[in-house]
Design a binder for this molecule. Structure first.
Ligand SMILES: [Zn+2]
Length: 159
């Protein structure tokens, strides 16, 4: 929790576990409760915490990657189908933590037919492993030159 606080610069909310770790052991993705302690529904099951990963993904977003991916969803039925399957998988994983009626059928990141947040898709890809979220996998490949979960370049955190 101390490392998460240092990574996020605030107290992490509704964390129930670490869903993916850097090879050094630092958290990269946390799993969160579908309802915050104050009762607010929280659809984002997997949250990217690693500052270098967050930064690399933000750079991808800034250069228009989401727009291009969303355009491809409209043109590539196979990609669209696997992205929809990622959405269903996300919902099924979250349902294991309890039903939250306000967000039934709502996943995150724009799934199943839009691309709104690559941080969410990358967090899902890291938590689920390769082959579950096609656009998350793709974003991970694109950021690999600057960040990869199997190649520790973590800053020493003051925790
Ligand atoms: Zn590391």
């Amino acid at each position: 929790m101390a490392v998460l606080r240092a990574q996020l610069g605030r107290h992490p909310r509704a964390v129930i576990g670490v869903a993916a770790r850097c090879v050094c052991g630092n958290p990269a993705v946390v799993k969160t409760k579908p309802r915050l302690d104050d009762g607010t529904p929280f659809p984002t099951l997997y949250y990217l915490t690693h500052p270098d990963a967050v930064g690399a993904v933000s750079t991808l977003e800034a250069i228009g990657t989401m727009r291009a991916m969303q355009d491809r969803l409209a043109e590539d039925p196979e990609l669209a189908a696997s992205y929809r399957a990622a959405h269903e998988s996300y919902l099924a994983e979250r349902a294991l933590l309890g039903e939250v009626p306000e967000i039934t059928g709502i996943s995150a990141g724009g799934m199943p037919d839009r691309v709104k947040c690559l941080h969410v898709l990358v967090a899902h890809a890291l938590a689920a492993g390769p082959g579950v979220n096609p656009l998350g996998d793709e974003a991970l490949e694109l950021i690999a030159p600057s960040w990869s979960i199997d190649r520790c370049n973590c800053a020493v955190l003051d925790v």
